[in-house]
Design a protein around this ligand. Sequence first.
Ligand SMILES: Nc1ncnc2c1ncn2[C@@H]1O[C@H](COP(=O)(O)OP(=O)(O)OP(=O)(O)O)[C@@H](O)[C@H]1O
Ligand SMILES: [Mg+2]
Length: 372
Amino acid sequence: MSRLKESNTAMEQPHLSLVDLVKVFRDGSGSETRAVDGISLDINRGEFVTLLGPSGCGKTTTLRMIAGFEQPTDGEIRVRGENISRVPPFERNMPMVFQSYALFPHLTIFENIAYGLKIRKADREVIRNEVAVASQMVNLVGLENRYPGELSGGQQQRVALARALVLKPEIILFDEPLSNLDAKLRIQTRTEIKRVQHMLGITAIYVTHDQAEALSMSDKIVVMNRGQIMQVGSPEDVYNHPANPFVADFIGNANFLESRITAVGDSSVTVEIGGSSFEIRAERVYDGAAVGDEVYVSAKPEAMDISEGPGDLMGRVDVNSFVGATTEYKVEFDGQFITVIHSNSGGSVKLFHLDDEVAIHLYPEYCRVYRR
Ligand SMILES: Nc1ncnc2c1ncn2[C@@H]1O[C@H](COP(=O)(O)OP(=O)(O)OP(=O)(O)O)[C@@H](O)[C@H]1O
Ligand SMILES: [Mg+2]
């Protein structure tokens, strides 16, 4: 039934490829938005890939083009090497799970999950079996006769997931599916989604602007900004080896300290911050660094610590937020604000108060240097 045929080389091809994909929206006054601006990406079978980026960077538009709800202005979408531009959405078998569950309120949970199979005119017996399997998979057994209004948000989202799973999807698409859930349920449900996806080996494309979600769920993260891809890599890769300051800032909330290069050696450069010198390994510095360059030293909160001092960088506590396992401090230092996350493990940890004078310790092995 599906027009997407298995070809001989299916195993060697990426499952899905985006090739120079572009989407330009034109409004009535003729002004243009390049929502997606030349994206190329290969996704392998069974991979969990996250599109991560700030609001408006083109995540949903990319997903909608993959689903077929939106026609690309330019470029191609290929499934196992075959261009699917002319395949209508319902034949792509790539269901989308949304933030707003989009369940039918007047249908029971069973009927909601069965909906796609009914449309396909599947047998009653088949429907009953498939719905039972999907309900079991997402822990909904016993709730089949209720209506969506009688379920919690997390349960409704699991119905949406089951409704997609019964279709045995080619690829499953998620657009910020957890945004309406509270913090604890978000973590539970993301574990659940990941478990089911992994168990079934389904290829998944997941859109979010939440870095913790992306880091914890993905095989591969695609960091986007202004319709373009900034970096593609494993969670460890994009976190520890950000390709540019945008990625360092977006994933990991890096601090950018104004600094200057004072020496360049074979394997390291020396930077000066607040009158103190720090040596940073060459592979963490841009190519062609020279003495006198004005730079930013990027340091993620965990690349620093805080103490009573004395220390190299003395500052003043501007904000302290105790969040249990850690305390997040914003420290004013030399006219700049620096975020430091201090672990409270070990019990008798000193907490600092507003306006306390504190020392910031910088661990240069975790810092990077970017041109200013
Ligand atoms: N139908 C449309 N007509 C005109 N412009 C659009 C349309 N849909 C999206 N855009 C614009 O395209 C850009 C990308 O939008 P998109 O919805 O893909 O962003 P997003 O990354 O999903 O953001 P968010 O995290 O806020 O959901 C935005 O500037 C948006 O205003
Ligand atoms: Mg969106």
